[in-house]
Design a protein around this ligand. Structure first.
Ligand SMILES: Cc1ncc(COP(=O)(O)OP(=O)(O)O)c(N)n1
Ligand SMILES: Cc1nc(C(=O)O)sc1CCOP(=O)(O)O
Ligand SMILES: [Mg+2]
Length: 568
């Protein structure tokens, strides 16, 4: 038997994030409450100029014209900031942060700094007219979704930016009011303060000062407590942005990192772990770029801020022992996910192990029995709280299955719930499903990955530690482990019981979903096992005609257990 691996860090980590303003970041329990529903799918459906052109010409010309290319929207952030020669902050941090979160990042360089881990040794400001030219080049051509600003060294630069944004409006503007580096070096003339406040903030969707910047923006008021941060957020809000985030990472008094988010009505305290590390250079730039990336993907502001905060915290944690440079403030690794299990095998960029929480599996026999379509079964399961859906259609004809799968893709997409196909890679490809679930007698995860590529979710059924190890080696994203209880849904299925589930889960480097005979009355006992990488329970749509009842009950049972375990 393989030796017990460490629990998958990000899987557990991401499961503890709660949207409630009061319940953040329990520190040790591996269990979690039901995750907040995933954000709606990207609202970014803009066509590129090229695809519009081709579409227009193909509709007006003869049928021999080539078909329009498939749209491949790519959320686009433009950063307007300074270059950091040390690579930890500024433009360099912005590009890495956007890349890590799956957004494209173009860049307008406002200044070139000579900088390292000791501080800023020199600044060369780019002439304003050349900044205007860069802005013009990018904004006139590239369908930018969100602009994020960093170092804006002079009044003239801020004004050029405001003019460009009026000429080329974008979906959102994220302003990180970078004025002084953490090393204490000025990055912006003090005269820019007024134009920041009077012109740029009025156009901004969010402004993200740290306490020092907030203090400067407000005439050097002293900010020592969270209550001071609230007042500062309220005052900055009056300059015109839609949201303000005052970051408390530098507050000496707090043991955790508290940020204050203000939307004009409500203050929300966002609590995070304070990571002990010298490698914090570029955290502000990174946070703002992550917010911009999430907004470009279509997220709501509070969600974008929380994703960004979680990302920075994880990156700091994974980079805490890196040694780059001899100065007091080192850079961190934005691309840590490429190295950390279970992400080193090209997982789906939007797959979060939390999504395994309530896993619905369709059953064609039952649909026939109840006289309902696959689509209706899926719709009902989602309404009842399912967080992921698998189409398991063992006796449908291919064409019929594909039609149903296409309809289900649409339903799932509009609810932000991933849709997987059981066994049939061809169907998954044809309907552009989010992934595939395979068993030990199906194609291997490695072969499926070859066909589907790195962007899709792959699950593998495992009943032994060796199979779990193989799934990991093959690049799967999660494993399904069962039968936990006897089942009538799958013929000749061995029952593993709690012991089997425990053995396989503890040997798995991947997140696990339990399956087999699970219902509202026994789901709690499965969750109660407290296995660190057990992320949820799978359940076939067999029990009744109306899955809303089943799922709602199952949901309540599972959530209750998670909540209980977290309290203990
Ligand atoms: C989540 C989940 N776990 C296990 C299975 C079983 O897959 P497999 O062993 O391939 O058996 P069939 O479903 O194909 O009969 C599953 N489908 N989902
Ligand atoms: C599809 C499937 N796979 C299993 C496994 O043990 O791998 S058990 C199972 C059936 C799940 O249906 P129900 O919730 O009705 O038991
Ligand atoms: Mg199978």
């Amino acid at each position: 038997m393989a030796s017990a691996p460490p629990p998958p860090q990000e899987a557990v980590h991401s499961g503890r994030r709660l949207l409630s303003p009061t319940l953040f970041f329990s520190s040790s329990s591996p269990l979690r409450l039901r995750p907040s529903p995933p954000p709606p799918p990207s609202a970014h459906r803009r066509r590129s100029r090229y695809s519009r052109l081709v579409a227009a010409s193909s509709s007006s010309s003869s049928s021999s014209a080539p078909p329009p290319p498939r749209e491949m929207p790519w959320p686009h952030v433009l950063t307007v900031a300074g270059s950091d020669s040390g690579g930890g902050a500024g433009i360099q941090a912005d590009i890495k942060a956007c890349a890590a979160l799956g957004a494209y990042c173009s860049s307008v360089v406002t200044a070139v700094t000579a900088q390292n881990t000791a501080g800023v040794q020199g600044i060369h400001v780019v002439p304003e007219e050349f900044i205007r030219e860069q802005l013009n080049s990018v904004l006139s051509d590239m369908s930018v979704d969100v602009v994020k600003t960093g170092m804006l060294p002079s009044i003239g630069v801020v004004k050029v930016l405001c003019e460009s944004l009026k000429k080329f409006p974008v979906k959102a503007l994220v302003v990180d009011p970078v004025m002084v580096s953490t090393s204490g070096d000025a990055l912006s003339e003090s005269s820019t303060l007024s134009v920041y406040r009077d012109e740029l903030f009025a156009m901004a969707d969010i402004v993200t000062p740290n306490v020092k910047e907030a203090s400067r923006l407000l005439g050097n008021v002293s900010l020592h407590t969270v209550s001071d941060m609230r007042s500062a957020a309220e005052s900055i809000y009056k300059f015109g942005p839609k949201y303000v985030l005052v970051k408390g990472g530098d507050m000496p008094e707090s043991s955790d990192a508290v940020d204050v988010f203000f939307d004009g009505k409500e203050f929300i305290e966002l609590h995070g772990r304070r990571i002990k590390t010298r490698n914090t250079h570029g955290t502000g730039c990174t946070l703002a770029s992550c917010i911009a990336s999430e907004l470009a993907k279509g997220a709501k502001m509070l969600h974008a801020v929380q994703v960004a905060k979680n990302f920075v915290e994880s990156a700091l944690h994974h980079s805490k022992d890196l040694i780059i440079g001899n100065g007091p403030q080192g850079p961190f690794d934005h691309l840590f996910k490429l190295k950390s299990p279970p992400y080193n095998v090209g997982s789906h960029q939007n797959f979060k192990p939390d999504q395994l929480f309530l896993y619905a599996v369709t059953d064609s026999g039952m649909n026939k029995k109840w006289g309902r379509s696959i689509k209706e079964a899926v719709q009902a399961a989602i309404e009842g709280g399912a967080t992921i859906v698998q189409l398991r259609e063992k006796d449908s004809e291919t064409r019929e299955f594909l039609e149903a799968a296409k309809a289900c893709v649409e339903i799932c997409k509009s609810s932000g719930v991933p849709l997987l196909i059981n066994d049939r890679v061809d169907i998954a490809l044809a309907c552009n499903a989010d992934g595939v679930h395979v068993g030990q007698s199906d194609m291997s995860a490695r072969e499926v990955r070859e066909l589907l590529g790195p962007g899709k979710i792959i699950g593998v059924s495992c009943k032994t530690p060796a199979q779990a190890q193989q799934a990991w080696n093959d690049g799967a994203d999660y494993i399904g482990c069962g039968g936990v209880f006897p089942t009538t849904t799958k013929a000749n299925n061995p029952t593993l019981g709690f012991e089997g589930l425990k053995t396989v889960s503890l040997a798995s480097k991947l997140p696990v979903v339990a399956i087999g005979g699970i219902n509202a009355s026994n789901a709690g006992s499965v969750i109660e096992l407290g296995l660190p990488n057990l992320m949820g329970v799978a359940y076939a749509l067999v029990e009744s005609q109306d899955e809303r009842v089943d799922y709602a009950e199952l949901h309540v049972a599972a959530e209750g257990e998670f909540a209980e375990a977290q309290r203990l």
